[in-house]
Structure formats: structure tokens, C-alpha cells
Design a protein around this ligand. Structure first.
Ligand code: ATP
Ligand code: MG
Length: 366
């Protein structure tokens, strides 16, 4: 191994349920890939979610947030579980995650959806449609209708009860997510599709105007626009047409879940949430899976791939990221499967053993 030239501090937030199991695997994989690539990591492990509630009475202790803010990247397992489901809103584990995203000011959520050749049968789509899908949904995470004012309940001029929300985007909010999207598209196949509803909504017309403005700085990226209703349809009709998709908070919420079902493997899907300059937050898209927690059944690969995103998008360590991605493919090629992706003829392993096999692949690949 090369002698370490680069040092980073990583905050590990194992969280609840299967979180600690998958984080433990990802940490080992991260460590080995880093060592081989001449990177040195220092880890700080902190409580968040249900375990933080039990320990400190709040779902996001101040020490956890400040440690996260001061580190170079944050790797999160999963949050929540039956035990806390009846808690009041401010004492719910999930509130800890929202506060963490808010505290880290991560406005760009990246969710790749890749149909791996080894797992094409897990897809909800027909083989010919699913085969070769490799797309990325980039969702604006801190603005739009989920946060816009005014919002609330009231009465209209006829005295009828109403509920209302407001879609608001400022230029700077669109510009910064647009830049993340163009930069990401550039690192991928160079195609960006911006999804909006500019035929109906002023906020979307403005979105499109800003995207076009930022596009002037990225002449090498092929930009297209699509209305969200059409995008929802195209995602199941012919997902291969997409490379990188950028969209607002609410459309991204829906389209990223739709895209994840194309792959059909919740245990395989990573995500990254990026801010302007501070540390990014990296986590699998699955939840805490309390039904299988503590049984060594969880698929750790979503978290392992989140660690690869941490290296690539969080630290710019592309070589180490590629090594981990290649190791995951190699492990699948060697036939190892956790129960969620098992099919006949493959080798069923638990979370720990899957981790050990990935380590072997990380070590053996040049
Ligand atoms: P959230 O906690 O985000 O609301 P959820 O409750 O909708 O998520 P998950 O906790 O992700 O869902 O679990 C959904 C199902 O998928 C469960 O049956 C769970 O066991 C399974 N599952 C989730 N993640 C994994 C994983 N990494 N490996 C294997 N199975 C998983
Ligand atoms: Mg859940």
C-alpha cells in the first residue's frame, strides 16, 4: 500500500435497526480501499435517531451535529423502528434525520438507479426495458413546496375550510442545484434532462429559465427539458433514454422512488446529499428494516455503494470509489447474494459474509 498522503475525518452515524450492521461492513470496505489508494481516515461514531433518543432524549444531539459539520463527510446507516413509532413528532427518530439534513445544508440529493446485469430479474420492468438502465435522479432537497410560505389551513371567501402550500424557488436555489446537476452529468454520459411543469406553474417557468441560463456555462452537456407527467411515463416506458435528471423537491421525491423501483433492489441503492461547501451526507435509500434487524440478513451493498459515493462526490477520490464499485460487481459475479437479491443458483450469505467477500474483491482487483 502507498503511504497515506491524504487524511480525512469521517462521521459514522450507524443509527437504528440494520444501520449498525451495514455501517460496520461499509467501514471495513472503505478502510481497505482507502489504504490501498493511500488515503487515511479518522472516524468519529455518533448517535442519531432512536438510539440517540434513548441515550440523550433527543433524536439529533448537538454533539452529533457539530461533529458531523466539522468532518469531511458523513456516512449514515438508517433511522427509526417500531419502538419509537408512537413518539410525538419532535421526538421521532426521523426528525433527527431532517434536522441533520437541515444542519448540513445539503440541498442536492443524488440517487443513482442502476440495473446491474446480475440483478436484471429483480426489476419491476420487462428484461428488454430494464437491461442497461443507468441513470441518476438529482432532487432539490431544501426548497420548493415542502418549505414555501405561506402554508397552512384556513377558510376561503365562502367560509369553506382549505389547506394550502406554496411552491417558491429563488434564483440562487435553482442555480446551485443546476450546477451540481451539470457537473454530475459531465462526469457521467454528458446528458441532462431537467424535469418541470413549465406549461402550468410559474415556479417551473422560472426553474426552466434559470436552468437555461446556467447551461451557458456547460456547452458540452446535452440539455433537454421534460414535463413531469411525461417524465413519470418515460421512466417506465424507456428508462434507458435518461442519463442525469434534475428536478425540484416534490417532483424529485416522486421520480426518485419511481426510478428505484426500476431496479427492484432496495438493498442495493445508495444516495448522496450535497451542500455548497461543507460535508456531504451519504446513506442507503432503504430504511432501518426492523423486521430483519440483528439477524445478519441485511444487504450491506447499498451502504457500501454509499461509501463509494462518499469517496467520489464527497472527497473527489474517484479511484478509491471505482475500486469499491468494481468490488461490488465482482462479488455479485462470484455469485454471492443476500436474501433480498437471492435467486436459485447463487450463494446465499448474510450481511457479515457479504462484507468479507467484498473485502476480498477490493483486495484482489488492481
Ligand atoms: P423508511 O424507514 O425509510 O420509512 P420503510 O419502512 O419504507 O423505510 P425499509 O425499512 O427500507 O422500509 O424496509 C422495507 C422492506 O425492505 C423490509 O421488508 C426490509 O426488511 C427490506 N429491506 C430494507 N433494506 C434492506 C436491506 N439492506 N437488506 C435486505 N432487506 C432490506
Ligand atoms: Mg421504516
Amino acid at each position: 500500500a502507498a503511504s497515506p498522503s491524504k487524511r480525512y475525518t469521517i462521521t459514522l452515524l450507524p443509527g437504528d435497526g440494520i444501520g449498525p450492521e451495514v455501517i460496520s461492513v461499509a467501514k471495513n470496505v472503505l478502510n481497505l480501499a482507502a489504504t490501498i489508494e493511500g488515503i487515511e481516515f479518522k472516524y468519529q461514531e455518533m448517535p442519531v435517531g432512536g438510539n440517540a433518543l434513548d441515550l440523550t432524549g433527543v433524536p439529533l444531539p448537538e454533539e452529533t451535529l457539530s461533529a458531523a459539520k466539522q468532518s469531511d463527510a458523513v456516512l449514515l446507516g438508517a433511522i427509526g423502528g417500531y419502538k419509537w413509532d408512537k413518539n410525538e413528532k419532535h421526538l421521532k427518530p426521523e426528525t433527527g434525520l431532517l434536522k441533520l439534513r437541515e444542519g448540513l445544508k445539503v440541498f442536492a440529493n443524488l440517487r443513482p438507479a442502476v440495473v446491474l446485469p446480475q440483478l436484471v430479474d429483480a426489476s419491476t420492468l420487462k428484461r428488454e426495458v430494464a437491461e442497461g438502465v443507468d441513470l441518476m435522479v438529482i432532487r432539490e432537497l431544501t426548497g420548493g413546496i415542502y418549505f414555501g410560505q405561506p402554508r397552512g389551513f384556513g377558510t376561503n371567501e365562502n367560509g369553506e375550510e382549505i389547506g394550502f402550500n406554496t411552491e417558491v424557488y429563488a434564483a440562487y436555489e435553482i442555480d446551485r442545484i443546476a450546477r451540481v446537476a451539470f457537473e454530475t452529468a459531465r462526469k457521467r454520459q454528458g446528458k441532462l434532462c431537467s424535469v418541470d411543469k413549465a406549461n402550468v406553474l410559474e415556479a417551473s417557468m422560472f426553474w426552466r429559465k434559470r436552468i437555461l441560463e446556467i447551461a451557458l456555462d456547460y456547452p458540452d452537456v446535452e440539455l433537454s427539458h421534460m414535463y413531469v407527467d411525461n417524465a413519470a411515463m418515460q421512466l417506465v416506458r424507456n428508462p434507458k433514454q435518461f442519463d442525469t435528471i434534475v428536478t425540484n423537491n416534490i417532483f424529485g421525491d416522486i421520480l426518485s422512488d419511481e426510478a428505484s423501483m426500476i431496479t427492484g433492489s432496495i438493498g442495493m441503492l445508495p444516495s448522496a446529499s450535497l451542500g455548497e461547501s461543507g460535508p456531504g451526507l451519504f446513506e442507503p435509500i432503504h430504511g432501518s428494516a426492523p423486521d430483519i434487524a440483528g439477524q445478519d440478513k441485511a444487504n450491506p451493498l447499498a451502504t457500501v455503494l454509499s461509501a463509494a459515493m462518499l469517496l467520489k462526490y464527497g472527497l473527489g477520490e474517484e479511484n478509491a470509489a471505482k475500486r469499491i464499485e468494481a468490488a461490488v460487481l465482482d462479488t455479485l459475479n462470484r455469485g454471492f447474494r443476500t436474501v433480498d437479491i437471492y435467486s436459485s443458483g447463487t450463494k446465499l450469505v448474510g450481511c457479515k459474509e457479504m462484507g468479507e467477500e467484498v473485502l476480498k474483491s477490493v483486495d484482489s482487483l488492481v
